[in-house]
Design a protein around this ligand. Structure first.
Ligand SMILES: *Cc1c(COP(=O)(O)O)cnc(C)c1O
Length: 405
């Protein structure tokens, strides 16, 4: 019996203990440049890797983490991910993963109604979800081109490229949302992609455009989870879309890779992107072959928190973004890009303040940068419910004071 394949509760407990240690950047193990001939052994490997892996990453749940769309993850998802790794189920084969496949359907059954969708499946991210949606659009609606705003995520252009569809962009307004006036008049052969929460600025494209094109896909990778909250009406009309993508590894606090592609006419869509195979007992739907049970950590968190628990955390993030925006709007040293609609806040200093010095001084993890029309903006993304907004505002103030030229 090879013990490496059995549960070693003490060793696993030790792995968890290592997670709680403080690691200093200066203490790193040397990783052999070549595959070692003789192995180190599992416990020794864990200890050597811990400072590198656990000490070598941004802490997304820290009180000043406010930069990216990557959230901290609840411990329940760590435990269920460990179960997943130990079982290594393959959802391609119903025989090895009968319950996990059912649980993925349950997650979709729980979430689809908030988007007016009837079914779908999980993918390793919204890049893959967007590609899946546009693939179904090509098969079901015969679309020849993809139209999206110039602020759409690069995965839309990538998907059009892969699928051999033309790609056209439409201008955005001052707040970064698609300008309906610039849409082509004839959309009978087009898939229109509307973004709910654009990548750079979090803008919401007008969802009343749904229905004008042969197929409308809503890329709600970031903003989608607002449908579970008191802000649901910001995405009103999404229920009329043909397909919707949501990244659960963003605002649904899941470990990567986790996302959903949902369809209004789910049966037709699934059939259009299905392939049978001699060795498969059920057809393979979508892009992936072998794949794991990322639905299980998501189901666990949703069951544990309930809709209310999810909503409360996202609403808290929205509140923090509003507080920050309000503060920045009242600061004469600063130009605010726009009022945030999906908890993304952009600003830049006015004259007499050095943007470079600000960027240099900002603590790691508090902000990211985006360039819009050749101009750099500082961006905050409220994906971390544990952020301390008072401390963040205070830190920004200090950095600004030092940046006066
Ligand atoms: C993050 C994002 C994507 C890509 O999603 P991944 O999950 O990173 O693959 C697509 N569209 C928008 C609007 C995004 O914010």
């Amino acid at each position: 019996m090879d013990k490496e394949f059995l549960v070693d509760a003490d060793a696993l407990r030790h792995a968890v203990e290592l997670m709680g240690q403080p690691y200093s950047i200066s203490v790193r193990s040397a990783i052999p440049p070549q595959l070692p001939e003789r192995g180190l052994g599992s416990v020794e490997t864990l200890e050597r890797l811990a400072p590198n892996v656990l000490g070598g990453a941004a802490r997304l749940g820290e009180v000043t983490a406010f930069a990216h769309k990557d959230p901290p993850t609840p411990w329940l998802t760590w435990a269920t991910t460990l179960w997943n790794a130990s079982l290594n189920q393959n959802l391609l084969h119903p025989e090895t993963a009968p319950v996990a496949r059912q649980l993925e359907e349950t997650v979709l059954q729980w979430l689809c109604p908030y988007f007016g969708m009837r079914g779908g499946h999980m993918t390793p991210g919204s890049s893959a979800a967007n590609l899946t949606a546009l693939w179904a659009a090509r098969e079901c609606a015969g679309v020849k081109e993809v139209i999206a705003s110039e602020a759409a995520h690069l995965s839309i252009k990538k998907a059009a490229h892969i699928l051999g569809l033309d790609f056209r962009t439409v201008r955005v307004d001052a707040a970064g949302a698609l300008s309906p006036g610039d849409l082509p008049a004839d959309l009978t052969h087009a898939a229109l992609v509307l973004t709910s929460g654009t990548t750079s600025v979090g803008a919401l494209d007008p969802l009343d455009l749904i229905g004008r094109a042969a197929w409308t896909h809503v890329d709600a990778a970031w903003g989608g989870p607002l449908r579970l909250t008191c802000y649901a009406s910001r995405l009103s009309g999404i229920e009329n879309a043909d397909s919707v993508a949501v990244s659960s590894h963003k605002w649904l606090f899941q470990p990567k890779e986790s996302a959903l592609i949902m369809f209004r006419d789910a049966d037709k869509a699934a059939e259009s992107i299905s392939f049978g195979g001699g060795y498969l007992s059920e057809p393979n739907v979508g892009l992936l072959g072998s794949h794991g049970a990322c639905a299980i950590p998501l189901l666990a968190m949703l069951w544990s928190w309930g809709r209310e628990g999810v909503a409360q955390r996202i609403e808290h993030c929205m509140g923090m973004a509003d507080t920050l925006a309000q503060h920045l709007a009242n600061d004469p040293r600063i130009e605010l890009f726009a009022q945030p609609s999906t908890a993304i806040v952009l600003w830049r200093p006015r004259e007499r303040y050095s943007l470079d010095r600000i960027l240099n001084d900002l603590p790691v993890g508090i902000a990211s940068t985006v360039t819009i029309e050749n101009s750099k903006w500082i961006r905050h993304t409220a994906a971390n419910p544990n952020a301390d907004i008072v401390r963040i505002v205070h830190t920004l103030n200090q950095v600004l004071e030092r940046a006066q030229e």
